[in-house]
Design a protein around this ligand. Sequence first.
Ligand code: PHB
Length: 388
Amino acid sequence: MSLSFPRAALSCLALASLASFAHAQQPALKVGLMLPYSGTYSALGVAIENGFKLRVQELGGKLGGRDIEYVKVDDESDPAKATDNVNKLIKRDNVDVIIGTVHSGVAMAMAKAAKESGTVLIIPNAGADAVTGPMCAQNIFRSSFSNWQPAYAMGMVAAKEGKKTAMTITWKYAAGDESVAGFKEGFEKGGGKVVKNLTVPFPNVEFQALLTEIAAAKPDAVYSFFAGGGAVKFVKDYAAAGLNKNIPLYGPGFLTDGTLQAQGDSAQGMLTTLHYADGLNTPRDNAFRTAYATQYKLQPDVYAVQGYDAAQMLATGMTAVKGDIGKKAEFAGAIEKAKIDSPRGAFTVSKAHNPVQDFYLRKVDGMENKVVGVAVKGLADPARGCRM
Ligand code: PHB
């Protein structure tokens, strides 16, 4: 040993400060936000971005010791443009992580690209069952729900309400199809029968002919998946046709979340199921709502929560790998082990990387989706087809 003790100690110190210098010098983490900023889902995209940025700000603007740089793409909820859009982020901008998106068809193209490139993808809304089913992967996560989850919960509620027959109406694309399938599973397990499925192409809002068909068929209930601008129009048209007086309109909470101001009287009394609700009145949710309202002069909705929790999941992984997002197994392992302290209530992430969470029953009361109770506790997506 040629070094005397004090010199060894000194060199250790030098090494340690060199390490912390290297740590501080890690470049900013490039976060690609691929969200709808135009079209029927534009308000959803904005709420997700707001929620995400709020959490990053609460964490001091850094994740795993790294500053954050944002790159944004408007995906227009257009699956035909999705592959080009996601490749702009992966190949041109070289992002470290992608946060997106809302539309299931766009999300499936994003998952495919993420799987091929290994880029971390956190989906802050799109429920496409396949993403945490056959397409599941170590680098793909969801902070929201699978389309099956709230739909299955609503099917169970409708059966418990004593409804025997239901018609469904939705946009014709993955989210609508899977939502209807989840509802049917829950409803028929409870003894009900789905008698007919009606669809319109996404993002059309011409509902008149189908509403006439519902009025003539007189089912006990109608189950519907629409969201954003389309949900506003559908709920208003349903009430304007007088259908809400005799045939209750059920749906996943997207039908009435972030939309009540625009829907006004037409949504009053509606029952929906979702992993978030107004009036939870927990310290965690109250703190989030106050912070969000202060920052954005807006009330948060489920989309804001999902954006916020995407940042919480990313922060969990980034802290575990000390900023080195290339450590894939450690990054994923940390999220798989974590309990995410969400405003919706704490949740865990399944092996397929989808939240295991409570589904609330909510009732529209004024401008709120008031929590009535828990429809299904700790509901996990079945993750059919996921091999990981
Ligand atoms: C979807 O396409 O998966 C989707 C879109 C909007 C929602 C929920 C799900 O509110």
